[in-house]
Design a protein around this ligand. Structure first.
Ligand SMILES: [Zn+2]
Length: 364
């Protein structure tokens, strides 16, 4: 079969002939229906990271998939014809979080990730997987289920924010109403987090370095959030109008962003870092100001990565809620669906009308 793969650390994506997988006794054979392409795929395609399976030269890309069960083991929890989302991380098998289905909190770092680190991804016509790493997709979500994986990462982040903020009497108010949130970055993760924070009632400003007439900015505005072009408006100036932001979600991956935005946090505010920086750069930071504010104003800055099967299930609830409340806007998030043979189109740089690309193995 032909898979869409990279040869790390060489840049470039190509078709590679690989043997078709045969399911083991506890494995399902899955037909790939649709795979989303995100910033991580682009970074791997540029040779910035990505690790092939041990002893192999190529890594099949793709970690945001929706698939159809073709063959099931005799005692499986899914049947042929079921729609599923595969999760990404495969635990180390050693630490307690990995042994209890929370490999997103792996202690050892010995985990693998499909399409990223040590395991092939889903940009292939078929793949195999065991049931513990598959989450059933309700049929009414088939059209948008390719967004489950990035949504699950946003779900985990917001869930952790709310969990940490249980330290305060926040929860007595209706969800996030009356709270202000700044989302830095409008890639898949930033945009889906914008949907979620709006859905929960927060006032949301989503910033990127693009003008106001992009498709992304349009969707952001149409769901009642504000788009901010940080090349033109300084978010720190804006923060003064809000008395600081109760929540800041960093999804740019630029080390220049979070420590500057720290001074935009409100009293008792919380900032979650989701973007992973690339090559090392040195950044000047107002360490005294940040430290003073964090102590005197009970602020929290924390990092958050990956997601587990529970977050995938929660993500399905979000997808349904968004389709219900923002049907047109949410359906626009996958702005470009290409047949898999045209995979190169999904790896081109973003244009003004692009929100997110996906590749299809079955015609729509
Ligand atoms: Zn582990």
């Amino acid at each position: 079969m032909q898979t869409i793969a990279v040869e790390p650390p060489k840049p470039g994506v190509r078709l590679v002939e690989m043997p078709e997988p045969t399911p083991g006794p506890k494995e399902f054979l899955l037909k790939t229906l649709e795979v989303g392409i995100d910033g991580t795929d682009l970074e791997i395609s540029r040779g910035e990271y990505g690790t092939p399976p041990s002893g192999e030269k190529y890594l099949t890309l793709g970690h945001e998939a929706v698939a159809l069960v073709l063959e099931a083991p005799s005692r499986g929890n899914f049947e042929p014809g079921d729609l599923v989302n595969p999760t990404v991380r495969r635990g180390c098998g050693i630490c307690m979080p990995c042994k209890t289905g929370q490999s997103d909190f792996c202690f050892t770092g010995l985990f693998k990730e499909r399409g990223i680190k040590g395991l092939h991804g889903f940009l292939s016509p078929v793949f195999v997987e065991t049931g513990e790493y598959l989450v059933r997709v309700p049929p009414d979500l088939a059209e948008v289920a390719v967004l489950t994986e990035p949504m699950s990462v946003a779900v985990k982040a917001v869930h952790q924010v709310l969990k940490i903020q249980e330290r305060m009497p926040w929860r007595e108010e209706t969800e996030l109403e009356e709270k202000s949130a700044l989302v830095a970055g409008s890639g898949s993760l930033g945009l889906l987090a914008t949907f979620l924070l709006r859905y929960l009632g927060a006032q949301v400003i989503t910033m990127d370095r693009s003008p106001d007439d992009t498709m992304r900015a349009d969707v952001i505005r149409r769901i009642g959030a504000h788009h901010l072009n940080s090349r033109e408006v300084d978010p720190l100036v804006l923060a003064k109008d809000f008395d600081g932001f109760d929540i800041i979600l960093e999804a740019t991956g630029s080390p220049h962003v979070p420590f500057r935005l720290a001074s935009a946090l409100a009293t008792n505010g919380i900032m979650v870092l989701l973007g992973v920086p690339g090559k090392a750069v040195s950044v000047e930071v107002d360490a005294t100001g940040i430290m003073k504010d964090m102590v005197l104003e009970n602020q929290v800055i924390f990092g958050c990565v990956n997601s587990n099967a529970d977050h995938f299930r929660e993500a399905h609830g979000c997808l349904r809620g968004f389709l219900d409340r923002y049907p047109e806007e949410f359906s626009a998030v996958i702005s470009h669906r290409h047949p898999w043979e045209e995979y190169e189109l999904a790896f081109r740089e973003d244009g003004r009308d692009v929100i997110k690309h996906s590749l299809l193995w079955e015609e729509r």
